[in-house]
Design a protein around this ligand. Structure first.
Ligand code: ATP
Length: 135
């Protein structure tokens, strides 16, 4: 299978750059499977898991809270709001974050705050799932 350059960029750094053979990403309108030669594309990403098959044959998993994915003829770039490699996720932090968000949702009235807390809970649930490799 042909390879292509992949970059995962967060607001503060290029957190990953390598040759990939296959990428699965949570597009906002459905899961995207990307191989070399994919048509150029710009799409929003939903919170979820990014699976990367590396040219060397190993696989990396990332949790992302969303962002954008761009495919050009040269490379695939994921501009993530947040992204963590599965092995770098602090599971206890994610569990605390989920518990705190759920407790606050139960006692909050303001709909805007509830929406923010639900998004926080979704990020935490996704991190837990990716850290535990329940994907
Ligand atoms: P928390 O309540 O734990 O801060 P959050 O969902 O509000 O979680 P974010 O705003 O999504 O956190 O992320 C802030 C920064 O912290 C980002 O750089 C993100 O990659 C990192 N981060 C958040 N949670 C974790 C985690 N459980 N393990 C590793 N890094 C994390």
């Amino acid at each position: 299978m042909s390879n292509f350059p992949l970059e995962v960029v967060t607001p503060d750094r290029i957190m990953f750059a390598d040759q990939a053979s296959f990428v699965v990403a949570p597009g906002s309108e459905g899961v995207l499977g990307i191989t070399a030669g994919h048509a150029p594309l710009l799409t929003a990403l939903a919170p979820g898991v990014i699976k990367v098959n590396l040219a060397g044959g190993t696989q990396e998993l990332f949790a992302t809270s969303g962002g954008f994915l761009q495919i050009t003829r040269e490379k695939v770039t994921i501009l993530a709001d947040t992204a963590e490699l599965s092995g770098d996720i602090d599971l206890e932090r994610a569990r605390r974050s989920l518990q705190s968000a759920e407790q606050q949702i139960a006692t909050t009235i303001d709909p805007y705050t509830i929406a923010e807390l639900k998004a926080k809970a979704t990020r935490a649930q996704n991190r837990i799932r990716v850290a535990e490799k329940r994907i």
